[in-house]
Every structure is written in C-alpha cells, then in structure tokens.
Design a protein around this ligand. Structure first.
Ligand code: UDP
Length: 246
C-alpha cells in the first residue's frame, strides 16, 4: 500500500490518503493535549499503545456485531480505516460521575449513575466543544433524528460491551467519548479511537484511592505522574483479556 498525502493532522493522529479512495491511514502520535489544547506534552510510546488498544477494542466490538472503521495495522502505531464523513459530534457515555459532569452539576466525583448517561457535544475546538441540547443539535443540522436515535442505541450497546470487557481487566469504565461517521452507503460506523486518551479508566483494585486508581489521560491532565506506565498497564490488561477469551 502506498501512502499519498497528509489529509488532516489532529491533536492525536495524522490521517493520510492511500491508493484506495475508500481507505485512509491513521498514524497515532505521542503528542498529548488537554483543556482544549491549552496544555501540551508528549507521552512516550502513546501512539503505539493507543493504536494497539483501539485496534483490539474495535476487533472485539466487530465480533460483537458493531461496525467500526478499523481495517488492519500496517505498523504498530498505524491503523488502516474506512474513509468516512465524520459527524461533528462527540458522544460521551458516562457510568460514574467525573470531569465536566461534576464541574457542571455539582455531583460528587465517583457517584454511580443509576443508568448510563449519553450526551452529545459539538465537536468544534473554536467553541470549546460545547454540550448540545437536542434542539441545538437539530438547529445546526449536525445529525438527523434517525441518526441520533441509532447513535444513542449504538452508544449504549458499546458501553454494555466495553464495561464487561474492562471488568475482565479489573478496570472500571467511568466514561468515554465516541465519534461516528457515515460511509458511502450513509451507514453509521464507529470511528476515531477508544483509548486511555478518550476514556476514564479506574483500576478496580485501587478504586478507593483517587490518585492511584487513574489509568487514563487524567494522569496527564492533573500531573499525577507515571502516565506512560498507566497507558502501558491498560494495554497489557487488554491484551491479556483478549488472549484469555480465545
Ligand atoms: N473526552 C474526549 N475528548 C474530548 C472531551 C472528552 O476524549 O474532547 C472524553 C474524556 O477523556 C472523558 C469523557 O470524554 O473520558 C468525558 O469527558 P468530560 O466531558 O468529563 O470532559 P473533561 O473532563 O475531559 O474536560
């Protein structure tokens, strides 16, 4: 496969076109950003780790019947993906209160939600990715009601699956962000990545210690240290869970 030109460079990945128009190459970077890119850094090996974790999770989800953009890995930090028209939505699913939910509602961190909360944010860096109401989502024509309905059902199904998968890794899936895109047949497909950059993952064996339980980007956001070690730990546990499931 020959790689042609750089199509887009995001905060965590570079997308390249390939010689096949329906296929793109995502190259995962070690760059780390937080707080809408106001905080910047580098997490050694992050690109490879996040690409590996995402690839394994997408493969597992495919087996579970969820369509993803994942094709294969030409290199450990690279993923070939289906070219999609990505919807400008960040779909956040929460099982436990943390982050912006606590800041905006006053709910204590760690509150277990009675049922998963699915939220839609406008993927727009200039506006700071604001939380959307349904009316605003339709006002801006970011998706149709049918697409919102399908995405909500998919998000809940993906959450159910991932919660169970991470449980087998002794990891609690607190919350995470998904992105979806449309293929040439206008079919909704799960895209982007699922990694410690986009999930809050707490070590179930250290759940009562607010600092040592953190196995995700909050270690970078809050300067907790041992960021690479936490990401590596997630990868090792994911690989073990996949192996033991074979
Ligand atoms: N998230 C993400 N990208 C974003 C915003 C959020 O991957 O641009 C993830 C984040 O890592 C967390 C979840 O979505 O797992 C919920 O994030 P939250 O709304 O609490 O915002 P934050 O605290 O990250 O500002």
């Amino acid at each position: 496969m020959s790689v042609y030109s750089k199509l887009y460079e995001g905060k965590a990945k570079i997308l390249y076109t390939t010689d096949e128009p329906e296929i793109l190459l995502a190259d995962f970077k070690d760059d780390a950003t937080a707080f809408n890119a106001q905080k910047r850094g580098n997490i050694l090996g992050k690109g490879l780790i996040n690409c590996s974790i995402s690839s394994k999770l997408f493969q597992q989800l495919e087996v579970h019947g969820i369509k993803t953009h994942y094709i294969d890995n030409p290199a450990p930090h690279q993923m070939r993906v289906i070219a999609l028209r990505i919807l400008p939505l960040e779909v956040v699913i929460r099982n436990i209160a943390a982050g912006s939910l606590c800041q905006q509602t006053g709910l204590p961190v760690g509150t277990v939600l009675k049922q998963p909360l699915v939220e839609f944010y406008y993927k727009n860096d200039q506006l700071g990715d604001p939380l959307l109401t349904s009316d605003r989502l339709y006002l801006l024509e970011l998706a149709t009601p049918e697409q919102v309905d399908t995405i909500t059902h998919l998000a809940i199904e993906i959450n159910d699956f991932l919660r169970g998968f991470f449980q087998r890794c002794s990891i609690t899936l607190v919350d995470f962000k998904l992105e979806f895109g449309l293929d040439s047949q206008q079919q909704l497909i799960l895209a982007d990545e699922i990694s410690p950059d986009t999930c809050r993952l707490w070590d179930s064996d250290a759940i009562s210690d607010p600092d040592s339980r953190v196995l995700d980007k909050d270690r970078f956001r809050k300067d907790l240290g041992n960021v690479e070690h936490a990401y590596q730990e997630v990868l090792q546990r994911v690989l073990k869970a996949v192996e033991s499931n074979k």
